[in-house]
Design a protein around this ligand. Structure first.
Ligand code: NAI
Length: 334
């Protein structure tokens, strides 16, 4: 039996969490979820954003499945997502984007993996007021964190037979910070002569990925660009509802969908749970339940053959619960 810390999140979080639990129960996967409230919901109940019990659970289990958590815009508390990543030094955020032939999008053959540095850059949240009309934010890039994420991207490329690693940066303007990231990329690439490597300025990267995504494979970048580029790659495969991710280091891993809490569609039973289910599949693979992960991935693929019976964002008419049941019904079908 494996123990996993579960954060249900808010917005659409509880609905998509329910989908995962139903599928896992159907397959009798020997995982016990230790469930904790987090963020706004916990704050309203107990006046705290994250409980010590949940931190202790994650320290013990080393693995969490986390649904999205809302972060107030412009004011209010600091992102719990960012706090968790920094608290556990989850330096790598890995976001694979792969096309499904059944899902209509501008491309049919996307297979990109974004490696986003997850603990520094503008996300350290150090902002200062100069006066009422002037504010500054600190962008922090260190050699150590840059090296770790760049090496991980190349190691992933080797292990997964990928052909190319591209570094995305803005070193023409941010000569010291992004300059350091690029400097480390140029050093580390020398250790991987079998992998094609290149670098792109982030604005050009956006254009190139939209125009010629087939020229790219594994992409590695500082935190903020990774956040933006991975939403772009989700658009290339048909939307945010499809992109899974993991925040990890050598010891801990928190699996989550790339999308947020989608407050505009919360509690309507129309959210697409696929990205979260695929994140749970990444977690199953990480825990050694490869067979179960394949069964679920195949069932999702099979469900996509009838898009009418998928969620609204995929062009269908099914509710979250109906769609989840369709996936369950398709488990075991080829
Ligand atoms: P969002 O990803 O929640 O939503 C963007 C758009 O995509 C919305 O129109 C939404 O309805 C749609 N969408 C997202 N996921 C979907 C799904 N599974 N099925 C169908 N449609 C889906 O981004 P937004 O609106 O910028 O953020 C909402 C909240 O989520 C904010 O408080 C933000 O801070 C938080 N957030 C949390 C993240 C996390 O917990 N890792 C990541 C991103 C945002």
């Amino acid at each position: 039996m494996k123990y996993v810390t579960l954060f249900e999140g808010d917005g659409i979080g509880p609905e998509i969490t329910n989908s995962v639990i139903q599928i896992f129960n159907h397959l009798n996967i020997p995982i016990i979820f230790e469930k904790y409230d987090i963020g706004q919901i916990l704050y309203e109940k107990d006046g705290i954003l994250i409980s010590q019990e949940s931190i202790d659970s994650l320290k013990k289990n080393k693995i969490a499945l986390k649904a999205p958590i809302s972060t107030p815009i412009g004011k209010g508390f600091r992102s719990i997502n960012v706090q968790l990543r920094i608290m556990f030094d989850l330096y790598a955020n890995i976001r694979p984007a792969k096309s499904y032939k059944q899902i209509k999008s501008r491309y049919s053959d996307i297979d990109l993996v974004v490696f986003r540095e997850n603990t520094e850059d503008l996300y350290i949240g150090e902002e200062k007021k100069i006066n009422d009309d002037e504010f500054i934010a600190i962008k922090k890039i260190t050699r150590k964190a840059s090296r770790k994420i760049i090496k991980l991207a190349f190691e992933y490329a080797i292990k997964n037979n990928r052909r190319k690693v591209t570094c995305v940066h803005k070193a023409n303007i941010l000569k010291m910070t992004d300059g350091l990231f690029l400097e480390e990329f140029n050093k580390i690439k020398e250790d991987y002569p079998s992998i094609i490597s290149n670098d792109l300025i982030v604005d050009n990267a956006c254009m190139q990925l939209v125009m010629k995504p087939e020229n790219y494979d594994v992409l590695v970048m500082p935190n903020l660009y990774g956040d933006i580029i991975s939403d772009l790659t989700s658009g290339l495969i048909g939307g945010l509802g499809l992109l899974p991710s993991v925040n990890m280091n050598e010891e801990y891993a928190i699996f989550e969908a790339v999308h947020g809490s989608a407050l505009d569609i919360a509690n309507k039973n129309i959210a697409n749970p696929t990205a979260f289910i695929l994140s749970a599949c990444m977690m199953l693979e990480h825990l050694g339940f490869e067979k179960e992960a394949v069964l679920i991935r195949n069932a999702i693929n099979h469900t996509f053959n009838d898009l009418e019976n998928c969620t609204v964002d995929l062009g269908g008419k099914a509710s979250t619960t109906q769609y989840t049941q369709n996936i369950i019904n398709n488990i075991g079908k080829q």
